[in-house]
Design a protein around this ligand. Structure first.
Ligand code: ZN
Length: 306
């Protein structure tokens, strides 16, 4: 049986083209159904979640990869992150009225507007964070990430993302599904990925890209279309080697300690003012909706201890 949520790497035989495919079933449903954002917002958040998994799965070390959009459209910010070995979460900040005013099926450009996509890799510990920023110009997250790889890393890249709601028989409410696929031309990097004598790596990449462009969105989100079957349909003539499946799951890194350390940085007067009628200062995690409550004295004790 296949995992409901997974990332799987593959290599097209005889080419220096590698890729990864992601399928999100329970994770997409957990994140998108729990937030209950408007459908158009959920679709972009689902794409960001999938993209974070596609890119994060390539980390060669324990770490966190974060995608963050900031833009001038009604959907002001989307954050999705992947922490190794395979934990995902995502959330969005948007103007409810402005999103509603766009109607049912707004374009990405209408919803997001112009801004930027930041890709941050945090290896943890004392290691330095790395951040790349590319413009977000209305074409979509996949296009922005492609630009990032082609400009910052000089790796020719193709990315497809898809998000859908599926209604299974006997189910009252639809379920969210998301999926994505990336291929990269590692021949462009040279080194040990250098071509064999007589191999035309440009021709290889063109063929791989043309076949890639035939992927239909439903092939990325339909549970009946297995990853192997899609890869076989695309690349059976060249042969495709599929590597081990790595499971993905929903998870949040928030904790009472983290929230307390943020809140206890405020001056005492602010902390007392933040207390609600029941006397507690409360904060809700944007990612998982967990609510944390502290008495002002508790926060001031934490403040004194730092
Ligand atoms: Zn949380």
């Amino acid at each position: 049986m296949t995992e409901p949520d997974f990332v799987r790497s593959f290599q097209i035989e005889g080419m220096n083209v590698r890729g990864r495919i992601v399928h999100l079933t329970d994770v997409a449903d957990r994140v998108l159904a729990a937030h209950a954002y408007p459908e158009s917002v959920s679709r972009v958040v689902g794409e960001a979640l999938t993209l974070a998994a596609l890119l994060g799965a390539s980390l060669k070390f324990e770490g966190v990869l974060t995608l963050q959009t900031r833009s001038d459209g009604p959907l002001r910010m989307v954050v999705a992150d992947f922490s190794s070995p395979g934990t995902l979460r995502a959330c969005a900040t948007f103007d409810h009225d402005a999103v509603a005013a766009l109607g049912g099926v707004p374009t990405f450009a209408d919803l997001v507007g112009k801004g930027s996509l930041a890709i941050t890799i945090d290896p943890g510990g004392d290691m330095e964070r790395y951040q790349g920023i590319v413009p977000l110009e209305g074409a979509g997250l996949a296009e922005a990430a492609t630009t990032y790889f082609e400009q910052s890393e000089q790796i020719p890249t193709r990315i497809r993302l898809a998000v859908a709601t599926l209604i299974s028989r006997g189910d009252a409410k639809p379920h969210w599904r998301a999926g994505g696929i990336v291929i990269q031309n590692l021949a462009a990097l040279g080194g040990h990925a250098a071509p064999q004598p007589g191999q035309d790596t440009e021709e290889d990449w063109n063929r791989a890209s043309i076949l890639f462009s035939t992927i239909e969105p439903h092939e990325l989100v339909d549970p009946q279309v297995e990853a192997e079957r899609l890869l076989f349909r695309l690349y059976h003539e060249d042969g495709v080697r599929v590597f081990e499946t790595e499971p993905l799951s929903f998870g949040c890194r928030c904790s009472a300690d983290r929230v307390s350390s943020v809140l206890s940085q405020y001056p005492e007067s602010d902390i007392r003012e933040l207390a609600e009628d029941d006397g507690f200062v409360k904060a809700t995690c944007e990612f998982c909706s967990a609510t944390y409550a502290f008495s002002p004295d508790e926060l001031l004790r934490a403040q004194a201890a730092t």
